[in-house]
Design a protein around this ligand. Structure first.
Ligand code: GLC
Length: 645
């Protein structure tokens, strides 16, 4: 039972009393419920011997933060405690977008709410909108502030009116909290540069290379091509600063308790703007320790839980998403482990599923996907995934080498094949991706490109090849059918719902041209969308199919996430088969990743007790499902959602 469950119990019992809700007394109860955990986590990071005063400061801060929380959000927090976990519902379907690329600015985005409603999207992840350096800024992930809106997006007032509007429509909003680093223009960094010792201690700053060199022994490089190494020399300070990402992104030093308190305040200010889910950016990197790779450290988990436990006291309706694009067995730990199970982040990216789907497309085989997912630990019951195909970042091949070896394959050769397949190194591949951050030292590389271009639509259109276009559309539909049925929040990347191709315009912009992730950060093409009513195009076909899948998902309660996904192992290397199950209903999801058709034998369907009868139908087409010659046929890149009552 996690802490949130206790808060629900308390809120429900108090809500039953006839007296008007006393928000302050519920706050006191939440604080009393979490304080021992907060204390234990805090002193596991900051020694009790000299941090008692800092701890007292933190505890005194929480009521002040609560006092500032707007009353309508306090009400919403209580409603959320009284309801089930909204984020596990089959009704939730998300979209990730850049505000300016979608429709100019915040107000422009608000004008498009109808578009989301028409498609069925009710959860938005908007990319950073706060102030950032004018030149390179990593798409806003180099922050000059945590809550001040950059004027190119509008004003804070616009943002508040957007969050209010979304609330009134029962839509949810997710935004980033860039928790690991600030830009080098952030007020703390500026003061550090001016020589202020207090703020120099907010970062990892060293007078010479001694400690940086020691760190470099074990720290990997995130952007080896454009930002090699993990430290940057600052001429003005004449000191070395830790910059794990880009040279202008300074890593925050959480071993300093002041940093934690300041960042907690920033986090809660962000929540107070009416944000429902806070994306903890790059959270695997939060704690640095000499002699380690400084990723996924136990201290980082304690720190995230500490943020979580404090946020829960102040704003219990706000939840956290872990942006941990790390090894499969590490990702799951961000839901909290052992006695902290369910007390870290409620949501995490299912980066493992995402990367393995791309593996299956390239190889036409699902063995690695099946084998890798099969043995992953089950997530806590109150946690959920974000299932996605593409996002604003690259595709990292983040699966375990051991799983590749277990299939009798050479891991290095396999990864090389994937890079070649997607990055235009194989004549026969229709994928049009780019190689990202290739590291010749290790042979590691990642892939950029839009879903449609990676799946062959760009090549098909260029060559006017109808078959290629058809295959690409099938693949796009099939991958979306998986994220919409797998269990968790499906997050569609804006543009993918209309098959948007690569955007090469970044090459003309000096602040972007070194970062090929911009190829998959396109502008929403409203002109194309306008044509949908008049004619059928590949784009309209994709849009209508995704819209149909969304509406079916929402009508099918079994698609809510209750840890009710069962992966089936059938002896065919090209099929992915999983089941969503409940007491009185089952849905079998079947996908064929191959270029030819495959079949599932009747005896096997009997073995899993999925006996098809005249009532069995495919939810997607609403057609009956029949066996032909005692087997179920699945065409090339075809998929079914077979319902059995
Ligand atoms: C996350 C973001 C990525 C950014 C990085 C550094 O991984 O998704 O776009 O470059 O954090 O903030």
């Amino acid at each position: 039972m996690n802490q949130n469950y206790l808060h629900k119990m308390i809120a429900t019992s108090k809500g039953k009393s006839s007296e008007a809700v006393n928000y302050d007394s519920l706050f006191d109860l939440r604080l009393a419920t979490n304080i021992t955990l907060i204390k234990n986590l805090y002193f596991s990071l900051y020694p009790e011997s000299n941090c008692t005063k800092d701890f007292e400061k933190l505890i005194a801060l929480l009521p002040k933060l609560f006092k500032n929380r707007p009353i309508d959000l306090k009400k919403q927090d209580l409603n959320r405690l009284n309801e089930g976990n909204w984020y596990q519902s089959e009704h939730i379907v998300g979209m990730q977008l850049y505000v300016d690329h979608f429709n100019k600015d915040i107000n422009g985005l608000a004008d498009k709410i109808e578009y989301f409603e028409n498609l069925g999207v009710n959860f938005l992840h908007i990319m950073p909108i706060t102030t950032r350096p004018k030149a390179e800024n990593d798409g806003g992930y180099a922050v000059n502030s945590y809550t001040e809106v950059d004027k190119k997006y509008g004003t804070k007032k616009d943002f508040l009116s957007l969050t209010k509007k979304l609330r009134s429509k029962n839509m949810f909003l997710m935004i980033d909290f860039v928790v690991n680093h600030t830009s080098d223009e952030f007020s703390w960094a500026k003061k550090a540069i001016e020589g202020d010792k207090k703020y120099q201690d907010y970062y990892y700053i060293y007078p010479n290379r001694e400690i940086p060199d020691a760190f470099e022994q074990t720290l990997p490089e995130v952007f080896p091509e454009t930002a090699p190494g993990n430290f940057t020399y600052n001429e003005e300070m004449q000191q070395w600063v830790m910059t794990v990402f880009n040279s202008y992104q300074w890593d925050l030093n959480y071993s300093n308790p002041e940093v934690f308190v300041e960042m907690l305040t920033n986090l809660i200010k962000l929540a107070d703007l009416g944000v429902d889910v806070i994306r903890f950016d790059a959270l695997a990197f939060l704690w640095k320790k000499l002699g380690t790779n400084s990723q996924n450290l136990p201290e980082a988990h304690a720190l995230i839980s500490l943020f979580r436990m404090c946020l829960q006291v102040v704003a219990p309706g706000v939840i956290l998403l872990a942006e941990a694009i790390v090894a499969p067995t590490e990702i799951i730990k961000y839901f909290g482990e052992n006695e902290m199970e369910g007390n870290e982040c409620e949501v995490a990216y299912n980066a493992t599923l995402m990367a393995l789907l791309w593996d299956s497309i390239a190889t036409t085989k699902t063995q690695l996907l099946n084998k890798s997912i099969q043995y992953l630990p089950i997530k806590p019951k109150d946690a959920t995934w974000i299932n996605y195909i593409r996002c604003h970042d690259d595709i990292g091949l983040g699966f375990e080498n051991q799983d590749i070896y277990n299939l009798g394959l050479d891991a290095q050769e396999h990864r090389k094949f994937l890079l070649n397949y997607y990055c235009q190194k194989l004549d026969w591949s229709s994928a049009k991706g780019q190689l990202f951050m290739y590291n010749p030292k290790t042979g590691d590389g990642r892939i950029t490109g839009s879903a449609a271009s990676l799946l062959g639509l760009e090549t098909g259109i260029e060559k006017k090849d109808k078959k290629l276009i058809h295959t690409a559309i099938q693949k796009i539909k099939m991958l979306h059918s998986i994220i919409l049925s797998y269990g968790g929040i499906p997050l569609i990347y804006a543009g993918d719902e209309i098959g948007t191709l690569n955007d090469y315009s970044y090459l003309k912009d000096s602040s972007k041209k070194e970062d090929s992730r911009w190829i998959n950060r396109p502008h929403q093409n409203w002109k194309v969308i306008e044509t949908f009513v008049k004619k059928e195009t590949p784009q309209s076909t994709i849009f209508n199919e995704i819209k149909n899948l969304i509406s079916i998902r929402k009508k099918t309660p079994i698609f809510a996430d209750h840890n009710n996904t069962i992966l089936h192992q059938y002896d065919n290397p090209h099929l992915l088969i999983f089941e969503r199950t409940s007491k009185d209903q089952r849905v079998l999801v079947v996908c064929n990743f191959d270029t030819t058709s495959h079949s599932i034998e009747k005896y096997w369907l009997h073995k899993i007790d999925f006996i098809l009868n005249e009532k069995s139908k495919d939810l997607v087409t609403n057609k009956s499902i029949f066996l032909i010659n005692n087997s179920l046929q699945v065409g090339a890149f075809e998929f079914y959602w077979i319902l059995k009552n």
